[in-house]
Design a protein around this ligand. Structure first.
Ligand code: PMV
Length: 336
């Protein structure tokens, strides 16, 4: 028997991926940019066991057995086997996979990104796959390709029809902007109503705003935010991050019939951050929301105590203790 255990963190997009040009290959309509969290927090942990005695492939997610007959899982497996070292017997054995997240699953906190990145990385180790594996993780869940690397990552949409140039690369390491902090505010940890797959499919089919975003907005934003991150220009970084989150949620409303991931607490957080930034006359905090109501705040270390105190004052009930981490540290508060 051969066993591999890996951990992979969540990543949070500051330029969002929303919409596919090819659903089978998971090819996006635009580039996206994200920060990968510290691996000690908000991560998936996956153990893959391979044995010649296993009668079938099996998978358990957070202790519950799920079907292995998931097209995306099978797609990743097929590619991993094609890329495996020749003569490696392990690829002919069945595998048992156990994966668990240490944060709410499918609540718009990038759980599938961490899960697929971890699964692909672990099986790649088992099969001794060499070279880029972000393109394989992408076929599990698009944003998973960004969780393979730490620090600041760009997922290049690519232009080839076979998707071979749609990969993720790191453009700034985790130690580049050491003052940067991320505060996650868990507004609601229920499973989201519309999966990102369903939401994207509907937006791609019906939103003209999505087309405008992909054709005329994102390319410039990507260049500008990379420059801002490289130059540690928080003001520009914050403005682009908030605008891009807002544009993504506006596209959800522009989809027909519309849907909304933000709730009234999310809206209060948005107003609060703008009031706070206005008070200082410059952005001190940037919010971003994925496909759920939970907020992710980017801010500099020096501003953390005041912002945490403000959050605790405005949302006094059920606020979980703040946790502190190295790298791009994450503070985590439960507002539900
Ligand atoms: O990778 P998916 O299919 O879970 O889609 C992720 C979509 C967003 O989280 C909303 C944006 C992003 O770029 O991560």
């Amino acid at each position: 028997m051969t066993i591999v255990t890996c951990v992979a963190p969540v990543n949070m997009a500051v330029i969002k991926y929303w919409g596919k040009r090819n659903e089978d290959l998971i090819l996006p309509l635009n580039d996206s940019i994200s920060a990968t969290f510290n691996v000690e927090y908000m991560r998936a942990k996956t153990t893959v066991m391979a044995s010649p005695t296993f009668k079938e492939n099996k998978i358990w997610l957070n202790g519950k057995e799920e079907s292995f007959e998931n097209p995306r899982l099978l797609h990743c497996m097929k590619e991993l086997k094609q890329r495996a070292q020749k003569g490696n017997d392990v690829i002919n054995w069945n595998i048992h996979v156990c994966s668990e997240n240490n944060f709410p699953t499918a609540a718009g906190l990038a759980s599938s990104a961490a899960g697929y990145a971890c699964f692909v990385y672990a099986v790649a180790q088992l099969y001794a796959v060499e070279g880029d594996i972000t393109g394989i993780a992408r076929k599990g869940s698009g944003s998973a390709c960004r969780s393979i690397s730490g620090g600041w990552v760009q997922w290049h949409m690519g232009h080839l029809n076979d998707g071979s140039d749609s990969i993720a690369t790191q453009f700034a390491s985790v130690s580049h902007w050491t003052e940067m902090r991320i505060l996650t505010l868990v507004v609601n940890d229920n499973r989201k109503k519309y999966s990102s797959t369903v939401g994207m499919r509907r937006s791609t089919a019906t939103s003209s705003f999505l087309k405008h975003r992909a054709d005329s907005v994102v390319t410039e934003r990507v260049l500008n935010i990379i420059k801002a991150i490289k130059e540690k220009d928080f003001k520009t970084f914050a403005e682009i991050t908030m605008r891009d989150s807002n544009q993504f949620h506006a596209i959800c409303l522009d989809t027909f019939p519309p849907f909304m991931y933000l709730n009234s607490v999310s809206m209060t957080i948005i107003e609060l951050i703008h009031a706070y930034n206005d008070f200082y006359g410059t952005p001190k905090v940037a919010y971003t929301f994925d496909a759920g109501p939970n907020a992710c705040l980017f801010l500099l270390e020096a501003d953390v105590p005041e912002v945490v105190a403000l959050i605790q004052h405005i949302f006094p009930s059920d606020v979980a203790p703040v946790e502190y981490f190295k790298g791009i540290p994450v503070h985590h508060q439960n507002l539900s």
